[in-house]
Design a protein around this ligand. Structure first.
Ligand SMILES: Cc1cc2nc3c(=O)[nH]c(=O)nc-3n(C[C@H](O)[C@H](O)[C@H](O)COP(=O)(O)OP(=O)(O)OC[C@H]3O[C@@H](n4cnc5c(N)ncnc54)[C@H](O)[C@@H]3O)c2cc1C
Length: 310
């Protein structure tokens, strides 16, 4: 494990935004992770765990501590209907290997960037499937005690875009076991393609210059708003949730620009950096969105994207 100094964080995020990390380490094993944490402790540095960087917004002033990036170690093992992998493996590589081994279950998640560790921590999901439906066991390193523990799915505290790992950033996921089902490679491939097609219909193309959905889909109290959404889209609200993108569109903010960032016309929950954008501009735009949705529709939006270094 090598410690690097003054590393530009922007290229390590899909937003392509962020200042410098004071110190930076890439880790590909539990030993390297433990070593990096020990280094941070020994040097009185705060640390931040980074996976694929597809759900974070680093401050323009950067991070005054050690950023530990968990990268692929090419460790994905399949035994029957169980798939075990290192936290730094990309979700895409896990999906592809599952398909190649006739294992079904992950198809609805095709097209979500980032690592499996990041996906489990945020209970990432799409089209009615979330990591909570697939996880069987999670191994993590507790940075506070230095101990490694393994827990079953029921102890992960999964709920909508949440888990105990999100609640407690000292719990660093190191490996995950998924429970899948036997399927047919061709059908799995077809379902994955269909997921990508549906995504492309709704979302801007490409991973770069954004962090996916900026806000979580809120639970809405007002019945008339849910009815308006259902009438307008023909879709059913699940558990009284309404897509944040639809709410934002209702305020007429789609396409709004501040400096180098813009609220996407096609998907109004995507804030896009056109290449020159800054974190400050993203935060200004997100504040305007939150305020307008609150005053006009009476709904409080919460960021899904993690702000780091503020
Ligand atoms: C174009 C696009 C589309 C997207 N579509 C979806 C979607 O459909 N559904 C969805 O849920 N998300 C979506 N996302 C958001 C994002 O891809 C997911 O949240 C993803 O799971 C984040 O993984 P990551 O490795 O990139 O995490 P990062 O962005 O690196 O980190 C996110 C958070 O997880 C923490 N973290 C990362 N790794 C670990 C670990 N090993 N242990 C503990 N904590 C960790 C970090 O500290 C950080 O707080 C999309 C993003 C983009 C850019």
């Amino acid at each position: 494990m090598k410690i690097q100094k003054n590393i530009n964080l922007a290229p390590y995020t899909t937003f392509r935004i962020g200042g410098m990390a004071k110190e930076f380490a890439i880790v590909k094993s539990v030993e390297e992770l433990a070593e990096a944490l020990q280094y941070a402790k020994g040097n009185n540095l705060k640390y931040y765990i980074l996976g694929g960087g597809s759900n974070v917004l680093f401050d323009d002033r950067g991070f005054d501590g050690l950023v530990i990036r968990i990268e692929s170690a090419s460790y994905i093992k399949i035994e029957g209907e169980k798939l075990e992998c290192w936290a730094g493996e990309s979700l895409a590589s896990v999906l592809n290997l599952a398909r190649d081994n006739d294992l079904s279950g992950l198809e609805n998640l095709a097209g979500i960037p980032g690592t499996i560790g990041g996906a489990v921590r945020g209970n990432a999901g799409a089209f009615g499937t979330a990591m909570a439906n697939l996880v069987s066991k999670v191994k993590f390193l507790d940075a506070a005690s230095g101990k490694i523990k393994e827990i079953g799915k029921d102890d992960c505290g999964f709920s909508y875009r949440n888990s105990i790992f999100k609640e407690n950033p000292d719990l660093i996921i190191i490996s995950v076991v998924l429970g899948l089902r036997t399927g047919k490679k061709e059908e799995i491939e077809k379902a994955m393609r269909e997921t990508i097609r549906k995504r492309n219909e709704k979302q801007p193309q490409g991973w770069f210059g954004c962090a996916g959905s900026f806000f979580e889909n809120p639970v809405v109290e007002k019945k008339e708003l849910i009815e308006r959404f259902e009438r307008d889209t023909g879709a059913k609200s699940r558990e009284n949730k309404i897509p944040a993108g639809w709410l934002i569109r209702e305020t007429g903010l789609s396409g709004k620009k501040i400096g180098g960032v813009e609220l996407n016309e096609k998907h109004s929950n995507f804030i896009i950096n056109n290449g020159e954008g800054t974190a400050e501009e993203v935060i200004m735009l997100s504040s305007i969105i939150k305020q307008k949705v609150r005053t006009e529709l009476g709904v409080q939006l919460r960021e899904e994207v993690q702000y780091v270094g503020y």
